[in-house]
Ligand binder design. Sequence first.
Ligand code: 13P
Ligand code: SF4
Length: 363
Amino acid sequence: MSVPEIKIPGGGDVSSLLGVDLMAQARQEAAIQTAEYAPGEQEALVGQIKSLLQKENAVLVAHYYTAPQLQQLAEETGGYVSDSLEMARFGNEHPATTLVVAGVRFMGETAKILSPEKRILMPDVSATCSLDLECPVDLFSEFCDAHPDHTVVVYANTSAAVKARADWVVTSGIALPIVKHLAQQGKKILWAPDQYLGGYVQGISGVEMLIWPGSCVVHEQFKAVGIRALAARYPDAALLVHPESPAEIVAMADVVGSTTALIQAGSDLAATEFIVATEPGIFYKMKQAEPDKLFLEAPSGGVGGSCESCQRCPWMGMNGLRNLATALETGSGEIHVGEDLRQKALVPLQRMMDFAKTLHTSK
Ligand code: 13P
Ligand code: SF4
């Protein structure tokens, strides 16, 4: 795998762009949003949100990694719980004039890029993603400029500005077919920002890619030694792994796939026990589909390490019922994307959506 060194102003590698303070702030905010509810508080908030969704002609779209209360509320109110690609598609096709996106900022921006006529609200617009933070547009543009003969493919977990610099946007669910499609046309590929997903796609497709050295703070923490120890206690358990995880974890997996693919595998495989290497918010849907099966969190560096809960995405955790109610009540947390930037970012995003349609129709 070819992962180049990116020159960071002031030195360090791209992980130094993450900022310890930003992570700590996100964890603090997540702790506030997920703090236990006072007696009756949760029911009151749910009632308030339900009537505000109606009043504002709004629909709630939640990612699989958000808190179970949010996923349940989306389902109860005619909204949707899904992966980032399906969230965008559902929001775009739904007639509501306001979309409330419970997830991270790139998901809100994607919704705005695809549906500019709609008001997009998020419980907290500062909920971001390490992949987005580690790929600032100025450094990324320099990198692209240095390799003008490459087709630029970026993961959806990026800012609108980075998307605007790309030829294609992909999600984990569609990355492989798109890269194969480009390879068939003889294209050289520049990939950003997730190095592990990039390495996985490169390994399967056999396509040589220049890969930006970003990573997900959640998935990069899974450790083979911990997974082996858990597997020894559950020898019949199947291992499900998201491809943002390091190569040694992916190599151990029974199934590697996007969030949707992992939920599907929980149903499709004959196994009744699973070790799951992705964000544990996904357990809400896994258990809903298979209430009699056992789903276990894959161990990360968090146990006895420097991080208390490495499997939990600090930014996904910033979404709660409290700030969701406030966003709907006050209109706070609105996502804006300038029209010029939106039009540029729409081009590679629309390419992905159109490509996805050809896959659906050829099934
Ligand atoms: P999906 O594209 O599968 O929803 O994943 C998004 C994500 O942030 C994974 O960490
Ligand atoms: Fe980003 Fe990782 Fe959180 Fe997904 S789990 S939003 S990739 S930091």
